[in-house]
Design a protein around this ligand. Structure first.
Ligand SMILES: [Zn+2]
Length: 430
């Protein structure tokens, strides 16, 4: 059998377990997973010695900014950043300009994604213009393959409208994802409301602004039986509510962002807008709860909330700077660095690959066991490599990473997307 590519000498880790094996790929698919495969003379051989070979990562929450804010990111640049971060699929959030609330804009983003270095799944808006007033054409967008809808950037404020959206989504078998924030309670807030916001004299966003909507949407999941996915959960009480909802058997899933599992509001002490994000960095007990939630299954996934902003926007005074951090190129390393002592590598990969693939409805091509006949979407990770985050070397068009200058352990060596090596030895190939 023709073997175009062989990933040699690694430890294969997927949802079925771990084993030493080489992985051979041809025509975009895995064709063999066996020890000591002999590559044909013209095959590309990727060295995976000392590395983990896993299904490609899947990001539930990526802002690609196109159309409308191409100075911050483009589909192409964001997908390249994703590939460098080990991702083979990302879900593009709909808070673009115009927003992704129609068949035309869904088609536009899908077309842009067709030539990208990772699969770009499109999330549609729940409401027209993300204005929270009336439902967007969910069925028409679902007919183009959209599996996840959200007004992310803001939450749907009207509980009655959200109930209707859930009933509608349930009939379409799609997921509604919520940015949990009660906007009037959060209004004017610039950071987490707590000791640090008082000390710094910066208006705060209370944890309750998130928790009220988490509670409301769990209640609506109970009322409608529809699936709800809670985006970037950041407080201890939110995690506890999700845990209780799952214990009750409700169809609720939730994600946490890498920054919420390791950074606290103390980072804001220097008023540096790079640490401004929404939901905001919280206190130490919240960070501990997010970590515990990832470890005990209360939280299903780590999602980047990759939110690029041009440098001049992030260099504005703190209260004028937009919230958001990039994350595609650092998420895996942050997760490995922070969670390796707590979770097995397979458990960490579950949070980054197969659980998000299931939630996003992408599990036919992403996150599945590495076996003959499956799509060759793979990442090869050196779990021991240490590196210093250098924003200047990133593929993203923006540089707003809170991890600049930090030394992290764990790095992507190669990424294989649809059988093609799009990253080799940490270098993007296109
Ligand atoms: Zn959000």
């Amino acid at each position: 059998m023709a073997r175009e590519l062989v990933v040699r000498g690694g430890r294969v880790v997927d949802a079925t377990g771990e084993r030493r094996a080489d992985v051979a790929v041809a025509d975009g698919a895995v064709v063999a997973v066996e020890a000591d495969l002999e590559p044909s003379s013209d095959a590309v051989v990727l060295d995976a010695g000392g590395c983990v070979v896993a299904p490609g990562l899947v990001d539930l929450h990526t802002h690609l900014r196109e159309p409308g804010r191409e100075e911050a990111e483009r589909v192409e640049s964001g997908a390249r950043a994703a590939a460098l971060g080990g991702y083979t699929a990302v879900v593009a959030m709909p808070n673009t300009d115009p927003p992704i609330d129609s068949v035309a804009v869904v088609r536009q983003v899908l077309d842009l994604g067709a030539t990208a270095a990772a699969d770009v799944a499109v999330a549609g808006a729940i409401t027209v213009g993300r204005e929270g007033e009336r439902l967007a054409p969910l069925a028409e967008m679902a007919a183009l393959g959209v599996r996840l809808f959200t007004d992310d950037g803001t939450g749907v404020q009207d509980a009655r409208l959200m109930r209707r959206a859930l009933e509608y989504a349930s009939a379409l078998d799609v997921v509604l994802a919520q940015h949990c924030e009660e906007s009037r309670l959060a209004a004017g807030g610039q950071m987490h409301e707590g000791e640090w916001s008082s000390r710094l004299g910066v208006p705060g966003i209370p944890a309750a602004a998130e928790e009220l909507m988490v509670y409301r949407d769990i209640s609506l999941a109970r009322l409608t039986g529809a699936r709800v996915h809670l985006l970037h959960v950041s407080t201890a009480a939110s995690v506890a509510m999700v845990e209780a909802a799952k214990a009750e058997g409700l169809p609720v899933s939730a994600e946490a962002a890498p920054h919420h599992l390791c950074l606290t509001d103390a980072e804001l002490a220097g008023y540096d807008p790079v640490f401004k994000v929404n939901p905001p960095l919280r206190g130490p007990s919240d960070v501990a709860a997010v970590r515990a939630g990832l470890a005990n299954g209360a939280l299903d996934a780590i999602a980047t909330d990759h939110a690029p902003h041009p440098q001049e926007a992030k260099e504005a005074p703190f209260d004028a700077a937009p919230p958001g951090m990039i994350g595609l190129e650092t998420a895996l390393a942050v997760a490995l660095h922070e969670l390796s002592g707590v979770l097995s590598i397979a458990a960490i990969m579950a949070l980054l690959s197969w659980r998000p693939a299931q939630i996003a409805g992408l599990s036919a091509d992403h996150g599945g066991p590495i076996a003959p006949g499956t799509s060759a979407n793979l990442c090869v990770i050196d779990p021991r490599a240490t590196w210093v985050v250098d924003p200047a070397r990133m593929a993203s068009r923006s540089r707003n990473t809170p991890f600049a200058g930090r030394r992290l352990t764990g790095r992507v060596r190669h990424t294989v997307y649809r059988g093609e090596p799009v990253v080799i030895d940490g270098e993007a190939q296109r």
